[in-house]
Design a protein around this ligand. Structure first.
Ligand SMILES: Cc1cc2nc3c(=O)[nH]c(=O)nc-3n(C[C@H](O)[C@H](O)[C@H](O)COP(=O)(O)OP(=O)(O)OC[C@H]3O[C@@H](n4cnc5c(N)ncnc54)[C@H](O)[C@@H]3O)c2cc1C
Length: 391
C-alpha cells in the first residue's frame, strides 16, 4: 500500500495539466502525488488517433500549461506530434508518470487503522491510498455504439472512430460505405473515404450545424455553459463539440459542393446488406462507420456511488458533490484541450484547500507545498520552458 496525498488517474491533457499544477504548488511527483496511466506511451488518447489525422487538421489544440508546442511539422500525424510533445513535457517537469498502470477501482479506504478519510485506488500494479483523487480518464476507451434492429445480421464490416484505420483500408477501397454521426470525426472520415470508396452515404440524427465565420470567445463560453448546466444538474454530459457546431473549412466547402456532405436522416434498421429507412428506402453497404462519439470513462469510480439518478456525476467546478475528495477533469464542460488545462488548475486549487483544511495550514505535504506562486521546482521549470519537439 502506497500512501500519497493525491493520485491523478490518466496522463492526457487533463491529467498532465493537473500534475503540472500540483508540482508547481510544491507537491513532489512520485512522493506526494502519482500519475497513473494505462496507455503504453505518452500522448493520452492522441496516440491512438488515425495516421491521416495530421497535425494541421487538428483545430484548436491548446498547448499544456508552461510549455509551448513549437516547430511541429503540420503534415505529420497528430498522434506522433502530440505524443512527442507530451513525452517532452513529462520529462521537462519530471512528472514521473507510471505506465502502464490500469486503475481498476477507487473506493473509500474504510475503517482501517490510519486510513480514515483516505481513498483506496486499486490498480494492476498494486494499491494506492491518497487523500484525494483527480480523475482524468477522458472518453477514448469508451466508444459509443448505438444499437439498431438487425445490426447483428449485417454481413459487412462495422467500425468505430476509435478503431478507424484511415482511408487506405480494404474496408473502404471500392466499397459502399455508410458513415453515421454528425460531428467533426464523421465529416473527416467521409471526406477521406469518398476519395477511395465506390460510394458513401452520410446519416445523422439531427441536421448538421455547419458554422460559418469566426468562432468568438463568447460562442465558446456559451457552448461550455450549456454542457456545464447539464453536469450541475447531474445529467450525463454532452461533448463540447456537440454544442459548438461544425466549423466550415475550405475542404468541407468543396466536399459539400461535390455532394459528399449531403446528409440523410437516421435509418431505422440494418439489414444483411445495408440500411433501411422507415419509409422503405434502402442503401446497400459493405461497411458502416460509427462516428457516434464517446462516453466518459468513469466505471472505476462506481464503488464511490457518485452518480445521480439522472446518470451523470454532479460537479461543483471540478469537485464531485457527493465526495469532495474526488475531482473530475476533462469531463463534461472541460472536455477540450483548453477546458482540460483550466480544469487541472482549478482541481489542484481545490485539492490544496481540502488538504490544508485537513492537515492544518502550512503542513499539507511536508514539502513546502501550498505556495502556488512557485518556490522550488515549479518556479525553476515554469519560466519559459519550451518543448524541443522534433519536426
Ligand atoms: C477524434 C478527436 C479529435 C479531437 N480533436 C480536438 C481538437 O482538435 N482540439 C481540442 O481542443 N480537442 C479535441 N478533441 C477533444 C480532446 O482530445 C480532449 O478533450 C482532450 O484531449 C482529452 O484529454 P483528456 O486528458 O481528458 O483525455 P485523454 O487524452 O483521453 O487521456 C485520458 C488518459 O487516461 C488514461 N486512462 C483511462 N482510463 C484509465 C484507467 N482506468 N487507468 C489508468 N489510465 C486510464 C488513458 O490511457 C489516457 O491516457 C478531440 C477528440 C477526439 C475524440
Amino acid at each position: 500500500m502506497n500512501d500519497v496525498e493525491v493520485v491523478v488517474i490518466g496522463a492526457g491533457q487533463a491529467g498532465l495539466s493537473s500534475a503540472y499544477h500540483l508540482r508547481r504548488s510544491g507537491y513532489v511527483p512520485g512522493e506526494d502525488f502519482v500519475v497513473l496511466d494505462h496507455a503504453p506511451r505518452p500522448g493520452g488518447a492522441w496516440q491512438f488517433r488515425w495516421p491521416t489525422l495530421t497535425y494541421d487538421r487538428v483545430h484548436g489544440m491548446y498547448a499544456l500549461p508552461g510549455m509551448e508546442l513549437t516547430g511541429a511539422d503540420p503534415d505529420r500525424p497528430a498522434s506522433e506530434v502530440i505524443g512527442e510533445y507530451f513525452a517532452a513535457y513529462e520529462r521537462a517537469f519530471e512528472l514521473r508518470v507510471r505506465r502502464p498502470v490500469d486503475v481498476r477501482e477507487v473506493r473509500d479506504a474504510g475503517e482501517d487503522a490510519g486510513r480514515d478519510g483516505r481513498l483506496l485506488v486499486r490498480t494492476s500494479e498494486g494499491d494506492w491510498s491518497p487523500r484525494a483523487v483527480i480523475n482524468a480518464t477522458g472518453t477514448w476507451d469508451r466508444p459509443f455504439w448505438p444499437r439498431f434492429p438487425g445490426q447483428e445480421r449485417f454481413r459487412g464490416r462495422q467500425l468505430h472512430t476509435a478503431n478507424y484505420p484511415g482511408p487506405e483500408s480494404d474496408a473502404f477501397r471500392g466499397k459502399r460505405v455508410v458513415v453515421v454521426g454528425g460531428g467533426t470525426s464523421a465529416v473527416q472520415h467521409l471526406m477521406e473515404i469518398a476519395g477511395v470508396a465506390a460510394g458513401t452515404v452520410w446519416v445523422t440524427r439531427r441536421p448538421p450545424a455547419f458554422r460559418e465565420g469566426p468562432f468568438e470567445q463568447e460562442d465558446g463560453r456559451a457552448a461550455v455553459a450549456l454542457v456545464e448546466e447539464r453536469v450541475r444538474d447531474g445529467l450525463p454530459p454532452r461533448s463540447v463539440v456537440s454544442v459548438t457546431g461544425l466549423p466550415m473549412t475550405e475542404q468541407m466547402r468543396k466536399a459539400r459542393e461535390s455532394g459528399v456532405l449531403e446528409r440523410l436522416p437516421m435509418f431505422s434498421r440494418i439489414t444483411e446488406d445495408g440500411v433501411e429507412w422507415a419509409d422503405g428506402a434502402r442503401a446497400e453497404a459493405d461497411t458502416i462507420v460509427w462516428a457516434t462519439g464517446f462516453r466518459p470513462v468513469i466505471d472505476h469510480l462506481s464503488p464511490l456511488r457518485l452518480r445521480e439518478p439522472g446518470g451523470g456525476i454532479r460537479l461543483e467546478g471540478t469537485r464531485s458533490v457527493r465526495d469532495p475528495r474526488v475531482h473530475l477533469v476533462g469531463y463534461g464542460p472541460s472536455a477540450s484541450t483548453i477546458g482540460a488545462n483550466r480544469a487541472g488548475r482549478a482541481a489542484v486549487r481545490d485539492v490544496r484547500a481540502l488538504l490544508r483544511a485537513e492537515a492544518g495550514a502550512g503542513t499539507e505535504a511536508g514539502t513546502g507545498a501550498g505556495t502556488e506562486a512557485g518556490t522550488g521546482v515549479g518556479a525553476r521549470t515554469q519560466a519559459g520552458a519550451r518543448a524541443a519537439v522534433p519536426a
